[in-house]
Write a protein that binds this ligand. Structure first.
Ligand code: FCB
Length: 482
């Protein structure tokens, strides 16, 4: 910790601050084909050999589908007053369209009721990457029709749960869907097709806004709807020359352009242009359409691929969100490279820069949360923000008595929350903070190797043990509420 960092003080948080933890359906529920659930894109992908590191799947995950009463009791023990989870679309509408599955409805009914009884406000994500395979077979997010299917599903959810749920997040991290699922080959269906990526971007934004409109028109204005994006401060690399080949060691995100080149000297103008291009792609591609009704200037020209934008689409997409969900993990450092004679960027990993990073390969950079949120305040007219994810993967040591002394995680959360306290002190509107994640779980294509939880899960017995970080969080929440 450097001496310029703020210190964490529980009294910097308002009494109604939301202290939460987040999860997602595919990563925790299991019961992948039980009680009428349909196959999802992630079921299909994890059942395809070679797609998941170590060969795991979410078939059983951490069995939350059956153990939810214990999990809600644990949340209550930790003193959480908010919980962000996602609904598995394929559990509610096995084919993505048509009648709802009664047993799927009943599962989330019970969960929501138990949360409310425990004094925990539900924050519901409608799509956290998983969609019914039947829709993927029809093109998934590349097919424009999904925007209406998704809005119908959102309408059904608000009809079903809107009497008890007020906070809705239609789509988690659309960049991961467009870029990693369609533009890249690492997540289902793994098309590796930049044209499909461009189409998916536009459909994801349109689907978000159509869902928002459906929720509001059915549920009324007491419903709060927010997009959730992973957003990053983007900074230029000014360090010593690097070996152009060893570009990126980070798992999952990074949103690199995949360009490897030898390191040539670069000018300040080229550096600034690389930052601008990365910022357009990673941050502004998602926010500008929602806040200003347009894509960043030059975005599609730079990419060389265009979505199909029908008349009126941008008016549907535009509309100030009720709150902005921010998933913050790290910053992105870029340097300029040339691809086919055109300037673009590549990312420089913390490993290459000799900086501290987590077991995902992501840099630990708490002040980035401050930099990012002050930038959002400036550029998007002081939005109401919820930090919908923040946390780290770390190979937690298990002591001989079974306890988990995860001081590294405590330090990480403390330093990020200290920045939140600082931002609140400067008058930013931050509703709450959700740790990623409540309990260790299945980390997508990275499989079972990455433990992010406040609660340890023994993957053989599925036994839950609160880690030191969980108890630390409980104590902090208790002090802040005093
Ligand atoms: C985010 C995802 C979440 C989890 C964390 C580590 O990008 O939303 O499901 O994978 O990263």
């Amino acid at each position: 910790m450097t001496d310029t960092e703020p210190t964490l003080s529980p009294s910097s948080f308002p009494k109604d601050f939301l202290w939460g933890a987040a999860t997602s359906a595919y990563q925790i529920e299991g019961a992948w084909d039980e009680d009428g659930k349909g196959e999802s894109n992630w079921d299909r992908w994890s059942h395809t050999p070679g797609k998941i590191k170590g060969g795991g799947s979410g078939d059983v995950a951490v069995d939350h589908y059956h153990r939810w009463p214990e999990d809600v009791a644990l949340m209550q023990q930790l003193g959480l007053n908010a919980y962000r989870f996602s609904i598995a679309w394929s559990r509610l509408q096995p084919d993505g369209r048509g009648p709802l599955n009664p047993k799927g409805i009943a599962f989330y009914d019970r969960l929501i009721d138990a949360l409310l009884a425990a004094g925990i406000t539900p924050f519901v994500t409608l799509c956290h990457y998983d969609i019914p395979q039947a829709l993927e077979d029809r093109g998934g997010w590349v097919n424009r029709q999904i925007t209406d299917w998704f809005a119908d599903y959102a309408a059904a959810m608000v009809r079903q749960y809107g009497d008890r749920v007020r906070y809705w997040m239609p789509i988690n991290e659309p960049i991961c869907i467009s870029d990693s699922h369609y533009g890249d080959t690492i997540e289902p269906p793994g098309l590796g097709d930049p044209q499909a990526e461009a189409l998916a971007v536009h459909h994801l934004l349109l689907a978000h806004s159509k869902a928002q409109r459906a929720i509001k028109s059915i549920g009324g204005d007491r419903h709060q709807v927010g997009p959730v994006n992973c957003l990053y401060p983007i900074q230029p690399y000014r360090g010593p020359a690097l070996d152009g080949g060893s570009r990126n060691v980070a798992l999952r995100t990074g949103f690199d352009t995949g360009v490897k080149t030898s390191q040539a000297p670069v000018s300040e103008d080229e550096l600034a242009e690389a930052v601008r291009i990365a910022d357009n792609k990673i941050n502004r591609r998602w926010l500008d359409p929602l806040y200003f009704g347009r894509y960043p200037e030059g975005l599609w020209q730079q990419r060389g691929y265009w979505p199909v934008i029908e008349e009126g689409d941008m008016d549907v997409i535009a509309g100030r969100p009720d709150f902005l969900g921010v998933n913050y993990y790290n910053r992105i450092v870029v340097r300029p490279v040339y691809k086919d004679g055109r300037l673009t960027y590549t990312t420089v990993s913390p490993a290459e820069m000799g900086l501290p990073y987590t077991s995902m390969g992501w840099e630990v950079y708490p002040q980035g949360l401050y930099e990012l949120l002050t930038r959002l305040r400036r550029d998007y007219a002081d939005p109401v923000v919820t930090i919908t994810e923040n946390g780290l993967a770390y190979d937690d040591p298990v002591a001989p008595d079974g306890a988990v002394h995860d001081d590294t995680r405590i330090d990480f959360i403390r330093r990020h929350l200290a920045q939140v306290g600082r931002l609140l002190g400067e008058g930013l509107h931050i509703m709450g903070y959700f740790v990623w994640t409540l309990m260790d779980n299945f980390e997508w294509e990275a499989g079972w190797g990455q433990r992010f939880g406040l609660i340890r899960v023994d993957y053989k017995t599925l036994e839950r043990t609160v880690k030191d970080s969980g108890w630390w969080y409980r104590d902090l929440i208790a002090q802040a509420k005093k």
